[in-house]
Design a protein around this ligand. Structure first.
Ligand SMILES: C[S@@+](CC[C@H](N)C(=O)[O-])C[C@H]1O[C@@H](n2cnc3c(N)ncnc32)[C@H](O)[C@@H]1O
Length: 531
């Protein structure tokens, strides 16, 4: 504790093979520091605990300095972490997470991102701090002073071991090599399929769309016409899954050119005058999407030469163990914060945007415009504002954080492209009048709205985002959304509807639903909110 331990005291040397040492931390007393670089997802400490019975603690411990160090344990007991465990200070932006293990009576501390030499390792105590935070006041959540009266938890006991035991089942994922590829079936969440990929292996199964075509009397007119298409901007990207030209072999040896998609009774395009003159364009049915298999490519190409694209861009990517554990920790944080929000009288709905796993691991990768995590809970109740949903608040928190730092969003056009539509997903998408013009994004980063972009970022939330929030997420260009509770009546990510599945939207994001969570209420955060 900072008062009791003046800075002139020398911190003891501490032998810890994971690279931790004890030093003094400005305004906080002793703390745990990295003596060298430490990777993300590293277990830096396993502290055995010393247990006190409820009676013993109530009679003595509670009235001593112990109360600033102890964790709640089952059966009313309190636990003091030995080793380094009691020396982790608090941060609103922790770089270490901890789990209580009631089977081995120990607490396990794991880094959530790479740690630089000399950086302090901090955990998150909760929102009801009993001391003045040397880091300043948190701007991410309701200030502690606005929270309900303390619920009797002392010191570090933001989460009791009973709750922790429940959490263990929900957010645990086996240890192992972080680079292991995890089977889809073993992921703790289920990914919603945005598109059915129907088998299109026979002509009658091929989904088609109407296009205008013209037969060229002379093959040498092909280049002239391709140039003309470009110049007139008729070269629609909606046809990028099809080859532009079809050459019919002898005896007819004809060359046909795809002109443009047919829309509600639009007239045939007027063509340039060439010598010899071009005939009238005609309508024909061509495949609506690229071919996913070689046999379907053959079938589709019998209608019109079709691009073979075995794997769709944006298709579910393989997750590594390290990333799954990162997601589990993020979801644990979401659930804990929701519990705290509930205790403070709010709806237990929380949304969280952590630093992406890729940049948490490889420091050289771009920061995707977010160098610090942002978390927010629903504030509809406290603010009496019907639009203050957790997701909207979290997007706002990201924008506010960016605004508060000098660095601007580092989103490049290439990164935009990552979050964009699959190259071959040309399922009759029409331009969205609300679409963000990427040229503007590139040329005018200071333009209003840029700070709200969640391109390449993952949002974790307790409850499926409602339709309003799902639309906000769509505009934010979020990469993916993972949630615990499906919202059948109001959800916009698979419940009442699924916005990223709708035709005509100009961005799609991945959706993952935590397995076996719907209906469960082990955390006491309630799956019954559907508003
Ligand atoms: C579990 S102890 C941490 C180790 C403690 N610094 C020590 O020297 O023994 C908790 C105490 O550390 C101090 N502390 C932890 N985090 C702090 C922070 N962010 N700002 C100020 N003091 C902090 C508070 O005095 C708190 O009661």
């Amino acid at each position: 504790m900072s008062d009791a331990l003046p800075l002139r005291h020398k911190a003891p040397d501490h032998l810890n093979s994971t690279g931790c040492s004890i030093r003094y931390s400005e305004g906080k007393g002793r703390g745990v520091f990295a003596s060298r670089k430490i990777d993300a997802q590293t277990v830096v400490e396993i502290s055995p605990v010393l247990l006190f019975t409820k009676d013993e603690y109530d009679a003595h411990g509670r009235h001593t300095a112990l109360d600033h160090y102890t964790f709640k344990w089952p059966n009313g007991r309190m636990a003091l972490a030995l080793g380094l465990g009691s020396l982790f200070n608090h941060s609103d932006h922790p770089n270490v997470t901890y789990t209580l293990d009631t089977h081995t009576d120990s607490i396990r501390y794991t880094t959530t991102r790479p740690i630089q030499p000399d950086e302090e390792l901090c955990i998150f105590y909760g929102h009801k701090l009993w001391f003045e935070n040397a880091e300043g006041v948190s701007t991410l959540l309701t200030p502690a002073s606005d929270l309900a009266e303390d619920d009797g938890m002392g010191g570090l006991s933001g989460i009791s071991a009973e709750e922790e035991e429940n959490e263990e089942d929900m957010f645990a994922f086996p240890d192992g090599d972080p680079s292991d590829a995890i089977d889809e079936a073993d992921l703790p969440f289920e990914r919603l399929k945005l598109f059915e990929d129907p088998e299109e292996e026979a002509v009658e199964q091929v989904r088609t769309t109407k296009v205008w075509i013209v037969d060229l009397p002379e093959p040498r007119q092909t280049n002239t016409m391709l140039k003309w298409l470009k110049e007139t901007s008729l070269d629609s990207p909606l046809l990028s899954h099809l080859k532009r030209v079809r050459k019919t072999p002898s005896p007819s040896s004809a060359t046909s050119l795809l002109l443009l998609p047919y829309h509600d009774s639009c007239p045939p395009p007027s063509l340039p005058s060439l010598d010899p003159p071009l005939p009238q364009p005609y309508l024909a049915d061509v495949p609506k999407t690229a071919a996913l298999t070689l046999s379907s490519c053959k079938v589709k190409s019998s209608l019109w030469p079709t691009v073979y694209a075995p794997r769709r861009k944006g298709e579910a990517e393989v997750w590594e163990r390290g990333r799954v554990r990162w997601a589990c920790e993020a979801m644990r944080r979401v659930a804990r914060t929701a519990k705290e929000a509930k205790d403070s009288g709010e709806l237990p709905i929380v949304a969280y945007v952590p630093i992406p796993y890729s940049s948490a691991r490889e420091e050289s990768t771009p920061d995707h415009g977010l160098t610090r995590e942002c978390i927010a809970h629903d504030t509809r109740k406290s603010l009496g504002h019907p639009l203050k949903h957790a997701v909207i608040n979290a997007i706002r928190a990201v924008a506010d954080y960016r605004a508060s730092t000098s660095s601007e969003v580092s989103t490049t056009p290439a990164e935009f492209a990552q979050g964009e539509l699959p190259a071959t997903a040309t399922d009759a998408l029409t331009p969205d009048p609300l679409a963000i013009d990427q040229t503007d994004v590139e040329t005018d980063k200071s333009r209003n709205g840029i700070r709200y972009l969640l391109t390449s970022l993952t949002l974790f939330t307790t409850h499926e985002p409602c339709i309003m929030c799902s639309m906000a997420l769509l505009h934010s260009r979020v990469k993916e959304v993972l949630y615990l509770y499906p919202m059948e009546k109001t959800g916009g990510c698979g419940g009442a509807t699924c916005l990223p599945r709708l035709e005509g939207v100009n961005h799609r994001f991945g959706i993952g639903v935590w397995k076996n969570f719907g209906g469960k209420d082990g955390m006491g955060i309630g799956g019954d909110v559907d508003a």
